[in-house]
Design a protein around this ligand. Structure first.
Ligand code: ADP
Ligand code: ZN
Ligand code: ZN
Length: 702
């Protein structure tokens, strides 16, 4: 009777009891056919929104996964409420002996302020906690005081505590963006692509729109690529909307996440900010969903259950009749295409606020550097500019594509490269302890001083890791203070925020970092950005390599010149002719997307088709290939129209933890065909020794 769709219940199953979510309610037994109706054992305190049961079904269908695995993402982590006893006067009269000094004092405190915890009472009455306890139990025994359990919410701390800032006077571009989007929100409710150059003030636009939505009694959901990389963003929202923001991310303790989940569920928060998985937050009555930096790959979950937060967002927006806004200075090629074709409302902000100029970007040809005898990883041009920036009292960011990415160990005589025994990936040299490590499985060896293959002593580390760049910078600019930020140096909780704050305050002049420093950070003191090498990005074995390189250059360049002086950017590369690099350096986004779309069309890649990537993982290569071939044959014989099957091919990351990986890549103009393939795959029995996974519209082809 009191059971509804979305309730979490325990039911008998064979001889055991299992938990589940109510997805359908049948009144009569015979609708269940051969099944016997059984009694529900109990109903838990938690539930998912009934419309999210429907959402789970849609997602399970689209991704070819199990419904329950999406429902799991909609439930809070398993942990209970933190409760505390709160003490009240019972209202009864009675005598307290004049010798019971503590009882007297506590009683009169409660008369002044009814409802306090033991700690509060202790503080107010200046009686030690243990004595408060014994006095309170005496008072309870006399019937003068009662206690009640109260739920205490573990509120995560704010990232930065800077005082409340008044909203800005809007720029013309911000005004017209807000006007157009508000108009759309009350009429057509098309998804919006908000293209705004770095520093154009998108955040302020988000905040004004959210304010509007809240004033109408609805809620807003803001997704950011990774909370720990955008602490400033969260702080800005907490300041503008005090006590209205709930934050969901992986760095919260389980208890904090549990409590934030219930704050959202109980409508105590109007705004939810979170990373990918926050798209499943139990917000009812959404008016607005914003996806900031929509091009970021982190919106895609790359393990089962695969999902793209942007896809989930569009389904949720439709359910709640909310508007979806995707913001970026470097939109994904897919979104840009939809905006061009009118599927999205295309809003552009092309200027930085306060008429700040965009930085100038210059390409430095590293082949020429080498020819002219400069063997350093810092070109002469970049060197001169770092020097000038130091003298001018401004800050520099030096950017590298990935942590220790190309710092591999190579023999200069025979070309031998030290690789992982398990993953077939070059080991990364670490200066701290002179070891070589695998970044997939953690395998670690002492770096050899003699080549294992030809016994030469000419074995060296090669390429530019953040540590090596820092050493080089310290060598040529011994007077400058440097700081290094990569996933190694920020492994400890909270240390990233600390580093970033101290850099913002000017405690270092040169920041050396990986992707982490490319994101939406706002450092007014930075006037110079150097990209040490963009080649590792442009040469990735992925059809999106050019797109990624373009986005990377534009985003890191966007860190320069956000203060009161213009920014300069130098991009060092061995392939200065690449159109993606050139377009990024001219800030010519239109010609980049035009070129890239041409290539995508010619090679039949998204947005001109949908992809399904099927990976086969296992320790026996032969079985993998056989199973992949079997699937390929089956698909080719199934006469599904407009389906192209490529492979099986070894994945670029071929071996991970002693397992091999093969994949089949499926392309189709018609996504429905790929969904059908997924349903077929679900029914197949694969060899027990292998794992098969399929990823609809993958973002990462490695
Ligand atoms: P984006 O996300 O588009 O790169 P931000 O939202 O980070 O840009 O804004 C860039 C900077 O401009 C921030 O320091 C922000 O506080 C400031 N800003 C935003 N809007 C205005 C405005 N209307 N007037 C003055 N400063 C603004
Ligand atoms: Zn050798
Ligand atoms: Zn490995």
């Amino acid at each position: 009777k009191s059971i509804k769709i979305g309730d979490v219940v325990q039911v008998p199953f064979n001889n055991a009891k299992i938990d589940g979510v109510v997805t359908d309610i049948h009144q009569e037994t015979n609708q269940l056919g051969a099944f016997k109706l059984k009694k529900i054992i109990k109903k838990y305190d938690i539930e998912i929104l009934s419309k999210h049961v429907e959402l789970s079904k849609q997602l399970a269908h689209y991704y070819g996964a199990a419904v329950i695995d999406f429902m799991r993402l909609m439930l809070p982590p398993k942990i209970s409420f933190k409760r505390e006893w709160v003490y009240f006067l019972s209202g009864k009269k009675g005598d307290i002996s004049s010798r019971a000094y503590n009882q007297q004092k506590i009683f009169s405190n409660l008369c002044e302020h009814d409802g306090m915890t033991v700690r509060q009472i202790s503080k107010k009455s200046k009686i030690p906690v243990s004595s408060v306890y014994s006095a309170l139990s005496a008072l309870i025994e006399k019937g003068l005081v009662i206690r009640k359990h109260k739920i205490i919410r573990r509120k995560p701390s704010v990232f930065y505590k800077e005082g409340f800032k008044k909203p800005f006077e809007l720029t013309d571009e911000q005004k017209s963006a807000i006007r157009e989007i508000t108009d759309n929100m009350s009429h057509e409710k098309k998804p919006v692509l908000l293209y705004g150059v770095t520093g154009s003030g998108k955040t302020e636009v988000y905040m004004r729109l959210i304010e509007d939505v809240i004033s109408k009694g609805k809620k807003a959901l803001l997704l950011v690529p990774e909370i720990s990389l955008t602490p400033q963003m969260v702080a800005i929202f907490q300041q503008r909307f005090p006590n209205k923001v709930a934050v969901l991310h992986s760095r919260l303790s389980t208890g904090e996440r549990f409590d934030e989940w219930f704050r959202i569920k109980d409508k105590e928060a109007d705004i939810v900010i979170g990373a990918r998985s926050a798209i499943f937050a139990p917000v009812d009555e959404l008016g607005l969903i914003i996806i900031d930096e929509e091009h970021e790959t982190s919106y895609k979950q790359v393990e089962y259950p695969f999902y793209d937060a942007r896809k989930v967002a569009s389904l949720r927006a439709r359910q709640d009749d909310a508007v979806l806004i995707m913001g970026s200075a470097t939109p994904s090629v897919e979104s840009y295409y939809k905006a061009l074709n009118g599927k999205y409302l295309f809003i552009k902000m092309t200027k930085r606020v306060n008429d700040r100029p965009l930085p100038t970007i210059e390409i430095v040809d590293m082949k020429k550097e080498l020819k002219s005898g400069n063997r350093s990883m810092i070109s002469r041009k970049l060197y001169e500019n770092i020097k000038a920036t130091l003298q001018g009292g401004h800050q520099t960011i030096l950017f590298l594509n990935r942590r220790g990415h190309s710092t591999f160990v190579i023999c200069r005589d025979c070309g031998f490269v030290l690789k992982c025994n398990h993953c077939d990936i070059s080991l990364t040299y670490h200066f701290d302890d002179k070891t070589a490590q695998c970044h997939y499985c953690g395998y670690k060896v002492q770096a050899p001083d003699i080549c294992p293959k030809c016994r030469s002593r000419n074995i060296r580390y090669f390429g530019a890791g953040t540590e090596k760049v820092e050493m080089e910078v310290n060598r040529i600019f011994p007077q400058a203070k440097t700081m290094r930020i990569d996933s190694d140096s920020i492994s400890k909780k909270d240390s990233l925020e600390k580093y970033l704050m101290s850099f913002k305050k000017g405690l270092a002049q040169i920041l050396i970092g990986t992707q982490i420093v490319a994101k939406g950070l706002d450092f007014p003191g930075v006037s110079l950005v150097g990209v040490i090498t963009v080649d590792t990005a442009i040469n990735m074995p992925d059809f999106r390599a050019s797109e990624r390189a373009f986005q990377l250059i534009t985003q890191v360049a966007g860190r320069a010149g956000r203060g009161d002086f213009p920014g300069k950017v130098f991009v060092q590369t061995y392939s200065p002719d690449s159109f993606a690099i050139q377009a990024a350096c001219r800030a010519d986004i239109e010609s980049f997307y035009r070129e890239e779309l041409k290539i995508r069309k010619n090679c039949f890649y998204p947005p001109y088709c949908s992809l399904l990537n099927i990976t086969f993982t296992g320790s026996q290569e032969k079985i993998l290939k056989n199973e992949a071939l079997k699937v390929k044959k089956l698909l080719q014989n199934s006469q599904l129209s407009s389906l192209e099957v490529y492979g099986p091919a070894p994945c670029p990351r071929f071996r991970i933890k002693d397992n091999f990986r093969y994949s089949l890549l499926l392309k189709s103009r018609n996504e429905e065909i790929l969904i059908k393939v997924e349903q077929t795959l679900k029914e197949l029995d694969f060899d027990q020794k292998i794992k098969v996974a399929w990823d609809m519209n993958p973002q990462d082809m490695l």
